[in-house]
Ligand binder design. Sequence first.
Ligand code: X5A
Ligand code: ZN
Length: 384
Amino acid sequence: SEMGTALVYDEEMTRYKLLWVDPTCKIEVPERLTVSHEALVGSGLADRCVSIPVREATDAEILLVHSEEYLEAVKRTPHMSLEDLMEFTLQYGDVYFHPNIYHCARLAAGAAMQLVDGVVMGKMKNGMALVRPPGHHSQRSAANGFCVFNNVAIAARYAQQKYNIKRVLIVDWDVHHGQGVQYCFEDDPSVLYFSWHRYEHQKFWPNLRESDYDSVGKEGGAGFTINVPWNKVSNASNVIHAFCPELVLVCAGFDSAIGDPEGEMCATPDVFAHLTHLLMNLAGGKLCVVLEGGYNLTSLPQSVCHTVHTLLGDPIPRPVNLSGPCTSALESLQCVRSAHKPYWSCLGHKPCLYFSARESQNITRSHWSMGQVRAKIILTCLLL
Ligand code: X5A
Ligand code: ZN
């Protein structure tokens, strides 16, 4: 259908897995993709989308973000013995290699670009790419955090180069900080990177100093990196509108969803309908959602379905009550705001946040409800 919602998926990306024992990596399984796709098919959502085939990213496209040495090194992995693969893996953090992961990583980056092609050329209004491996932790010369090539960063550069798009917004709602995306664009004002992530004063992976709110970008890109470490919050929607993106890409991790073994949060899957809905109001609706994390095989497919439902224009579930975050989150809001004030005149006025003290207390007490708090904070920062 014309101007519909694109779905980019290929079963080939399920054909790699962890071949040795590694407790850190065992959650990144092929079933993440199969259950998500089956849920879209079973609910009739897949039929309502326009299927776009994947393709392999070319060398030149991968080199938009990665170094030649790194690409050449990864290219050798399909021919390695198990022993060599294990050794190759050891130089990177929280990632594994497999003889077929290089092929899948090329397809994952290619899928993100296929989605950009469809949306930017106006064949579809928006869309989602279901991919493995994820991308947002991978860096110029490093695999990291289950990621090999930085799918969304490559897609952003591709959109700029091929379609002359000047301003790309990347929203990262994965529970982890996408440091790979941040490094790629930290000195570049043409890509605004906005990430919410669990941080816990550097106790949560990837445990980086530069994931904090005071990393705002460098040189010409100062003000164009916005980090909202959990449980700190910013009124960033003014900034996002002032930036006036021509294209919005989402690093869509669903590892903040309920029951996720990695995120340990409890956002209900309908939260992702709201996030999607809010982002659909930017860039004339040009929205490309690309899968990153999400490791609970029940909540992941539900979250994916909520996202695609919303992309298709179906009514969103009743809005969650926006009564708001705790005092420490409000304090942190001020931190993010003051860190960004030198760069954005729209941050000059005070945000008006309305919260009930009773609920704030309830939600700050138990770890279990952190996801709910996070959901509210996210919605609050986007709505204001
Ligand atoms: C894409 C993603 C998480 C890696 C966690 C490693 N990666 N502890 O969610
Ligand atoms: Zn993640």
